[in-house]
Design a protein around this ligand. Structure first.
Ligand SMILES: Cc1cc2nc3c(=O)[nH]c(=O)nc-3n(C[C@H](O)[C@H](O)[C@H](O)COP(=O)(O)O)c2cc1C
Length: 195
């Protein structure tokens, strides 16, 4: 009997921390399974947007329909009236764009902490991001997150606005896209699904 016990001990050597070889193999398998579960984990997606007259909102909704995730609207504490947006005059929106320190207040706090992939949408205002976008970005730690910018405008592209984003965000900013009021949902959704 004593011989059989000795044999078993011999066949199942213990490691320094008292773990058998079988236990170690089991742990290694679990680790491999956990790693592949980590790889398979769905990325948490948010579509975050500001839209004063709903053009960008429609694009955001089309993206949301295509990729799912959470649709989060940046709502100004003081809404923009038509007069505020009359950019042929020295309106509120124009004054804000000309004021490097302007940071319009957001009505409800938006927390981007749990998202890995963020579609960020805005109208182009004087070739740039509306200042309320900076209000949001400066209140968040976006390190390690992927940001896909999208914008609407009458004619301007989004390149200079992306330069502004790069100055304000420590994140992986992937190639963005400009849409117009007449862009089709198919065009919008094909772009979003590639991200
Ligand atoms: C203050 C202000 C500045 C704008 N500047 C530009 C511009 O530089 N280039 C452009 O093509 N459109 C410009 N536009 C037009 C908007 O970008 C366009 O109407 C946009 O699609 C509106 O989006 P929204 O409906 O989501 O607010 C401007 C509009 C406003 C109110």
């Amino acid at each position: 009997m004593l011989g059989a016990v000795s044999l078993a001990v011999f066949l199942k050597p213990k490691s320094a921390n008292n773990q058998s070889q079988d236990d170690i193999l089991l742990d290694q398998n679990n680790l491999a399974q956990n790693n592949s579960a980590e790889d398979d984990k769905e990325k948490e997606v948010a579509i975050v947007y500001f839209s004063a007259t709903r053009t960008t909102e429609k694009v955001a909704e089309a993206i949301h329909d295509a990729v799912g995730g959470d649709l989060l609207q940046i709502i100004p504490a003081t809404p923009y009236t038509a007069a505020d947006l009359d950019y042929g005059s020295n309106c509120r929106a124009t004054r804000e764009q000309n004021d490097s320190s302007a940071r319009p207040t957001i009505q409800d706090k938006i927390d981007l902490n749990s998202y890995d992939m963020i579609f960020l949408g805005y109208p182009i205002w004087w070739g740039d991001v509306p200042k309320i976008i900076l209000t949001l970005l400066e209140s968040e730690n976006l390190e390690g997150k992927t940001i896909a910018p999208f914008a609407t405008s009458h004619s301007s592209g989004l390149d200079s606005s992306v330069q502004t984003l790069k100055q304000h965000i420590d994140a992986n900013i992937v190639e963005g896209r400009h849409f117009s009021a007449t862009s089709s949902n198919t065009e919008i959704q094909e772009w979003a699904k590639q991200k």
